[in-house]
Design a protein around this ligand. Structure first.
Ligand code: KG4
Ligand code: ZN
Length: 346
């Protein structure tokens, strides 16, 4: 079947600080536009929910317009609307869901409220084609760190483990703050680490070898804070690059080890890594090395698709439509803590 035979899905994402609009047919990405309010949050060192909501409101219709134009389609061509129903910030989610309801009503097309976390995994299909079943997914973002057993993107997602405290991205953001690096912390730490020696300082590996697929990063963050404090107290210069490299090595060591272990234990040959932290160069390199050693086929979307975007929501919408699941009602509610095992919210 050519992708033209498949429905055109408009995806809307507003769970955090990116207004994302994507257009997808099946596994084909037609349009992907993102308006970010990250600059407005930078001086606060984290996302300010009210500021994000207002920015979504302002960016929504222009971003939809840009996505339609870049895809070369008209609003009337859209067959279904998918929107992030959760998890995410309450006010931010509400803007996207309200807009999606308005488009669905105006166009007389079905509405699907979908799960942001599963969308992060679904987006890989736009780059590497249909996800083999089953696959293990390592989802690493600013708000979540999970290992998932994916038997079917639309209908069967099982959580194997989660972070018990900070998410991996959150740890990057907090450690960046300790090192006086800008927000969001992932990209500057990634860059600093390339200039540092990852073996100069060995930081603790949370929940290493504990027999679970859970993660913990708050002890690591505290260890970095102590290191910085001690260095400053002793009047020595803080070795930012070495700290960044040592911190990053601890994070990616645990992430990749547990992901590979999950594949081996469940007899799954395919691993997909996604979410904002999957843009990390060291995580990508170490995952590649360890998967090759273990005979696991690794899929990681390009960095642009790893961070929040609307194409990931359209990609999951396409799966949900293809699975024949019923559309959401126009009373669809947002759910700030929508569990990952519910790809379709309601
Ligand atoms: O998936 P995402 O865009 O938003 C959420 O759903 O949370 O992830 C954002 C997170 C931030 O914490 C950011 O610091 C992190 O992804 N991030 C990275 C990199 N690029 C973004 N972390 C490590 N290395 C990177 N290159
Ligand atoms: Zn995300």
């Amino acid at each position: 079947m050519s992708s033209l035979d498949q429905p055109l899905i408009l995806g809307i994402e507003t769970s955090c600080d990116e207004t994302g609009v994507g257009l997808v047919r099946g596994c084909e990405l037609l349009g992907d536009e993102v308006a970010s309010s990250v600059d407005q949050h930078a001086r606060f060192g984290g996302v300010v929910p009210e500021v994000a909501s207002r920015a979504h409101l302002e960016a929504m219709t222009p971003t939809v317009r840009r996505a339609l134009d870049s895809a070369g389609v008209k609003l009337a061509d859209v067959d279904a609307i998918a929107v992030t129903a959760g998890p995410g910030l309450a006010g931010a989610l509400l803007v996207g869901v309200s807009a999606a309801k308005a488009y669905a009503m105006a166009l007389g097309k079905p509405l699907y409220g979908v799960n942001h976390l599963v969308g992060h995994v679904a987006v890989d299909q736009l780059e590497h084609g249909p996800l083999p079943k089953p696959a293990i997914a390592l989802l690493v973002s600013g708000g979540h760190t999970s290992l998932l057993l994916m038997r079917d993107l639309a209908t069967d997602v099982q959580s194997l483990g989660d972070t018990v405290d900070d998410a991996a991205g959150e740890a990057y953001d907090k450690v960046a703050r300790l090192l006086n690096l800008p927000y969001p912390g992932g990209p500057p730490i990634d860059r600093a680490a390339r200039e540092g020696d990852a073996r100069a300082i060995r930081f603790p590996r949370g929940k290493w070898g504990d027999g679970t697929y859970d993660f913990s990063f708050s002890g690591l963050k505290t260890a970095v804070a102590r290191w910085v404090e001690d260095t400053v107290r002793d009047g020595r210069e803080v070795p930012v690059n070495d700290i960044a490299a040592g911190f990053q090595e601890s994070v990616v060591d645990v992430l990749t080890r547990k992901a590979v272990d999950a594949c081996l234990e469940h007899g799954v040959e395919h691993l997909v890594i996604s979410g904002g932290v999957a843009a990390n160069s060291r995580l990508r390199a170490l995952a590649e090395q360890r998967c090759a050693e273990a005979g696991i086929n690794l899929r990681v979307p390009r960095p642009r698709l790893c961070t929040d975007n609307g194409a990931m929501i359209a990609a999951l919408g396409a799966e949900v439509v293809a699975a024949g699941l019923p559309p959401s009602s126009l009373n669809l509610a947002t759910d700030t803590s929508l569990p990952v095992d519910r790809p379709l919210a309601a």
